[in-house]
Design a protein around this ligand. Structure first.
Ligand code: IPM
Ligand code: MG
Length: 359
């Protein structure tokens, strides 16, 4: 019997619209090739344009509308004429946090044909997954401003960490590390300077580690971590960090792997009480929006993450093989990779590679 997956597509802003359209084409082609499942995409026009008309990034019952979908396929949010904190809190975080997508998973590899800016690194030396805490910490939204505009104005953003929140993300990271061949986890911290929550974070890591005796793990201060990622990338495999630390490290990781145009991310609710959300890491990139030159590879890669989450691992592998065949050909590189290919050409090439893959 053919299974149907109901996917909520939210392309939102800028190049999000182009890359999600490309992703849907590729996923439909993949379903056609595989024959055992298909997709039903429901399209939601939420985002900054919606905000300009309705005064909100999504309708009040928006989350209810997508609550029962199997997954959310998300583009990018942010527009030059809408303040970033409004677009972000009004849509992306308004989905991630209430849907308890606390595990943000960001794989990084140097795909075939892509050149890393690191002289000494060509491929297998850099194969990481960053696990980002995605529900609290520096993004908890706790804080405030008083006496606005006056000299005595005070503003705070309080990073809030809970034992439950830290334990579940560290446990998720240990499990993921355990499932990967090297069984190697690096816990990123800053407990030398931040002496409350980060110290608790370290203690919880040591506690959880006891349940994973087969995982080798170490602890790394976030500043030193940036150096290690550049100088000794081969010593890393799975990485877990707080919301903000991982935000920063994952941009570094994407740059070291060749381009932000490739980097995918999954916002996972591991308990599956709510749908999980899959998106490229890159933003809405208004400077190139509408030009047809956005790199769709990050979206294709996150589509692989979505397939894995749906339990379609062989289809995810097939899609990743197709992506890697296409990146291997420099004539199919978009401008972010130094090439001249268009979104259309890359998408067509990936579809052709799917169709020609008879493994
Ligand atoms: C990311 C992005 C977002 C974040 C931005 C758009 C607020 O940088 O997903 O990494 O910081 O979470
Ligand atoms: Mg970021």
């Amino acid at each position: 019997m053919t299974k149907t997956y109901r996917i909520a597509a939210i392309p939102a802003d800028g190049i999000g619209i182009e890359v999600i359209a490309a992703g849907i084409e590729v996923l439909n082609a993949l379903a056609g090739k595989t024959g055992t499942f298909r997709f039903r995409f429901d399209h939601f026009d939420w985002g900054s344009d919606y905000y300009k008309t309705h005064g909100a990034m999504m309708p009040a019952d928006g989350r209810e509308q997508i609550r029962h979908h199997d997954a959310i396929f998300f583009g990018a949010v942010g527009a030059p004429d809408v303040p970033d904190h409004i677009s972000l809190w009004g849509l992306r975080l308004a989905i991630c946090q209430p849907f308890d997508q606390y595990a943000n998973v960001r794989p990084t590899r140097i795909l075939p044909g892509i050149t890393s800016p690191l002289r000494h690194v060509s491929g297998p030396e850099l194969d990481w997954v960053i696990v980002r805490e995605n529900s609290e910490g520096e993004y908890a939204g706790v804080g405030g401003r008083v006496h606005q505009g006056h000299p005595e104005e005070v503003a705070t953003d309080v990073s809030m960490m809970t034992r439950t929140g830290v334990t579940r993300i560290i446990r998720y990271a240990f499990k993921l590390a355990q499932s990967r061949p090297r069984k190697l986890l690096t816990v990123v911290t800053k407990s030398n300077a931040q002496r409350h929550a980060m110290v608790m974070w370290d203690e919880i890591a040591a506690e959880v580690a006891q349940d994973f005796p087969d995982v080798t793990w170490d602890k790394m201060l976030v500043d030193a971590m940036t150096m290690r990622m550049v100088i000794k990338p081969e010593t890393l495999d799975t990485i877990v960090a707080t919301n903000l630390h991982a935000d920063i490290l994952s941009d570094l990781a994407a740059a070291l792997a060749g381009s932000l145009g490739i980097a995918p991310t999954a916002n996972i609710n591991p308990e599956r009480k709510f749908p999980s959300m899959f998106e490229p890491i890159h933003g809405s990139a208004f400077d190139i929006a509408g030009k047809g030159i956005a790199n769709p590879i990050a979206t294709f890669w996150t589509a692989c993450q979505m397939l894995e989450h749906l339990g379609e691992a062989p289809a995810a592998d097939r899609l990743m093989r197709a992506v890697e065949r296409v990146t291997a050909d420099p004539s199919l590189h978009t401008p972010d990779l130094g090439g001249r290919a268009t979104t259309r050409q890359v998408t067509d090439a990936v579809i052709a590679a799917i169709q020609g893959d008879n493994e």
